[in-house]
Design a protein around this ligand. Structure first.
Ligand code: BTN
Length: 264
């Protein structure tokens, strides 16, 4: 099932290894897989080290947050999962990963997208990329966390029903982008920010996340739960990554759930 790395990707990884001899990535390439999340979870269960990566040209069962599908047609996006093995600050892994992905996109393309809590990558109101973290990140026992990144490189990456809420690098840059360069830049920055988190550099990472997320303050959000419909205005994130929302009944800490964001 595992395939040889395409030539361009191999060359980009050689350049990455030359500039970052301190890093050891184990990148596996696949033409088509159901989901890279499962490949990395399986590798983690077999003892793979942090830095193991599954990257695919196409996913036939790509998944997004909250049970959604992640449309992953061939050649149109960057679809990969990265194995992290954090031992501390597990509650901040996904926010930190968002900062890493943003930094990688900025380095490879010059584009500076925003983050929307918890981990959407947006240009204006439109979604360019999404992150999905699965594993032991919310538990107290440190283990493997699989971090999936899906980034729209071409407009073909999004299905018509979400086209009005999605964007791609081609749409934003007015030109194509090299997936190989994008991948190695995002990979490098993702690993760097996760290392910084592991070494306790929480303040800097939270600061970077806050600076990249203007909608985390002053945005109207609504949501529904067993108690009915709620609305409130965002007041930032706390130091454990929870979103703070000012409602009629006070300040609520939101740690998960589906929020509707009323972005202007
Ligand atoms: C989201 O809903 O915003 C998260 C999308 C995550 C998609 C990526 S693509 C690579 C990896 N494999 C998957 O099946 N999902 C993630």
């Amino acid at each position: 099932m595992r395939q040889r790395l395409p030539t361009g990707l191999e060359a980009a990884l050689v350049r990455l290894a030359a500039r970052r001899p301190d890093r050891a990535f184990d990148v596996r390439w696949f033409d088509s897989v159901p989901s890279t999340m499962d490949l990395v979870a399986d590798a983690a269960a077999s003892g793979a080290s942090a830095g193991y990566v599954a990257l695919a040209d196409q996913q036939t069962a790509g998944r997004g947050r909250r049970g959604r599908t992640w449309c992953s047609p061939p050649g149109a996006g960057l679809y990969f999962s990265y194995l992290a093995r954090p031992t501390r600050h597990l509650e901040l892994v996904t926010l930190a990963a968002g900062v890493g992905v943003l930094n990688g996109i900025a380095e490879a393309t010059g584009l500076r997208p925003h983050l929307k809590w918890p981990n959407d990558v947006l240009v204006g109101p439109r979604k360019l990329a999404g992150l999905l973290a699965e594993g032991a990140h919310l538990g107290s026992v440190a283990g493997a966390v699989t971090i999936g990144v899906g980034l729209n490189v071409e407009p073909a990456a999004y299905p018509p029903e979400v086209a009005h809420r999605a964007t791609s690098l081609r749409a934003e840059l007015g030109r194509g982008a090299s997936r190989d360069e994008l991948f190695t830049a995002v990979l490098e920055h993702l690993a760097d920010v996760l290392d910084r988190l592991e070494s306790g550099e929480v303040d800097g990472i939270l600061q970077a996340w806050r600076a990249a997320s203007p909608s985390a303050v002053g945005t109207l959000v609504t949501w529904t739960d067993t108690g009915g419909e709620h609305r409130g205005v965002t007041e930032g994130i706390d130091d454990s990554g929870a979103l703070l929302v000012r409602t009629q009944s006070g300040l609520e800490r939101v740690i998960a759930g589906e929020l509707a964001w009323h972005l202007s």
